[in-house]
Design a protein around this ligand. Structure first.
Ligand code: ZN
Length: 264
């Protein structure tokens, strides 16, 4: 059986069209994940869905227990994760409600527990290829199958939040190459890498970034525009089983090899 974890952000919290088989409560040495994990099955694929912000969207981006979330997936034997995140568009060509597949990322977070290696082992995990290329291809094929347009080559910047950025910050982010801005990509991405889990990130364009289009960015705006894409995401999810591989041929599961510094 193939397995995939899906982390839903604002706007995508359930898979329509198939029954959830069970809600799995997982405890980890880092504490509890954001919510129980819903298990679904379609053909030869088990899908495990986790709501990043909790069942009632009560966990702010900087308060999410990212280590517990990734550890929970790892404990369930999940070796691939697709993460969705409501994001602001910095690239003016993006449209509200569209999906942008990230190809690179910038970390501007400040206060988060960002590694599994903070006790006796020092590891500098390599991020030269930030996202799993094989999983990206599988996602794109599923999107094509579902007749959903996905914009490629996004550069995602992750801020600390929970406040929205200032116009000057957005201008700076644009100058350094970012095309989307969100608050949850880090350390989720790097923790998955430390565990050898394939990970990709899909930005759901919920608003234009500060100082661009709208006068004020509101919660209603974020939720409404994110929901516009939930049908598309659902369709892609239902096609994933056709394109995910049984045997991994990407380098993700060997990520940790050669990155640990041991005192000798
Ligand atoms: Zn991979």
């Amino acid at each position: 059986m193939k397995k995939i974890g899906i982390i839903g952000g604002s706007g995508f919290n359930q898979i329509d069209g198939i029954e959830s088989l069970e809600h799995i409560e997982v405890n980890t040495e880092y504490g509890n994940p954001s919510a129980s994990i819903q298990r679904y099955k379609i053909e030869d694929l088990e899908i495990y869905l986790l709501k990043r912000h909790g069942n009632n969207h009560t966990i702010a981006p900087h308060k999410i227990n990212y280590r517990a979330n990734i550890e929970a997936f790892s404990n369930l034997g999940i070796d691939k994760i697709i993460a969705f995140a409501a994001s602001g568009a910095i690239d003016k060509s993006y449209k509200l409600g569209s999906l942008v597949l990230s190809s690179d990322a910038i970390d501007m977070t400040k206060t988060r527990a960002n590694t599994f290696f903070d006790k006796d082992i020092v590891a500098h995990i390599d991020m030269s290829v930030p996202f799993c290329p094989n999983l990206q291809q599988a996602f794109l094929k599923s999107a094509k199958d579902a007749n959903v347009l996905v914009v490629e080559n996004g550069i995602a910047i992750c801020t600390e939040g929970p406040r929205i950025e200032t116009p000057a910050e957005i201008k700076f982010f644009e100058k350094i190459g970012a095309t989307t801005v969100g608050m949850t990509l880090f350390p989720e991405l790097t923790l998955a890498r430390e565990k050898g889990i394939c990970y990709i990130s899909v930005a759901i364009i919920s608003n234009f970034a500060a100082g661009m289009e709208q006068e004020k960015i509101t919660a209603d705006m974020l939720i409404e525009n994110s929901r516009k894409s939930s049908e598309s995401i659902n369709k892609i999810t239902l096609s994933l089983h056709k394109y995910l591989e049984y045997q991994k041929t990407c380098p993700c599961e060997h990520s940790i090899e050669g990155t640990v510094l041991n005192a000798k």
